[in-house]
Design a protein around this ligand. Structure first.
Ligand SMILES: Nc1ncnc2c1ncn2[C@@H]1O[C@H](COP(=O)(O)OP(=O)(O)OP(=O)(O)O)[C@@H](O)[C@H]1O
Length: 236
């Protein structure tokens, strides 16, 4: 059984629709790329899973639980972690304080060990532990946003547009670390990205979103050879 299943999800922002019809499933331990151009509905899909936006139509089942109408904090407690587009670290808090904020669902006695684990994945964060998040580089802020989300020990990690504004070498580094964490923690990841090339090389499967609809899904090894995907999303 998949860890997560979305069936015909239609996100509404009042009268505006964020998605029209998104269906997808994610298997435990895989990275699924959610690919599509501006406004395709990637962020709306992640927000629906986390319970941040309304979806009057469709269903979302995570680990056997129906997430409909649950609060985001309850969904985090069930094992979903989220790193939003634009990182949204707390600028006036230090690196270690940001990490602690991510652990609000966990017992306090676990925090120190989990912070150590995050510093092992991201040695840069250890070096900058007492530094204000506002003064970090874009890449370091992205690492902090990922570390903060993983402090809650999620089973499923929703990662929105981590490559935004970062140099290719930093994006590659973040991909390597993500793969290391996936293997070490058997983490399941949904990676929403406009950088389709990078995301589809990191992920084992992908879902293509177009105008709020999931129009194609499959192993990345196949989609990377699909002529329509290559011309629309990979620029080749
Ligand atoms: N808060 C909001 N209020 C009203 N409409 C919204 C809101 N957020 C998103 N939308 C609309 O929902 C649609 C999907 O947007 P969404 O941000 O999910 O796309 P996206 O694929 O993540 O795009 P991008 O890659 O540019 O972030 C768009 O038409 C957008 O204008």
């Amino acid at each position: 059984m998949p860890l997560l299943t979305l069936t015909n999800v239609q996100v509404h922002y009042g009268q505006i629709r964020g998605t029209h019809d998104v269906s997808l499933s994610v298997e435990e331990g895989e990275i699924l790329a959610l690919v599509g151009s501006n406004g395709a509905g990637k962020s709306s899909t992640l927000k629906a899973i986390l319970g941040m936006v309304a979806y009057p139509v469709g269903s979302i089942i995570f680990n056997g639980a129906d997430l409909h109408k649950l609060q985001p904090s309850d969904i985090v407690r069930l094992g979903v972690g989220y790193s939003p587009e634009g990182r949204r670290v707390f600028p006036q808090l230090t690196v270690i304080e940001n990490l602690r904020m991510g652990a609000f669902t966990r017992p306090a006695q676990e925090h120190a060990e989990r912070i150590e684990q995050m510093y092992a994945y991201f040695p840069r964060l250890r070096e900058r532990s007492g530094q204000m998040a506002a003064s970090l580089s874009g890449g370091e802020q992205q690492m902090l946003a990922i570390g903060r989300a993983l402090m809650s020990r999620p089973k499923l990690f929703l990662l929105d547009e981590p490559s935004l504004g970062l140099a290719p070498i930093i994006v590659e580094r973040i991909g390597d670390i993500l793969e290391e964490i996936r293997q070490t923690e058997k983490l399941t990841v949904i990676l929403a990205e406009q950088n389709s090339h990078w995301a589809m090389h990191l992920a084992s499967r992908a879902v293509i979103l177009e105008l709020g609809r999931s129009i194609k899904t499959g192993p990345t090894s196949e989609l990377l050879l699909d002529e329509s995907v290559r011309s629309a999303y990979l620029g080749v």
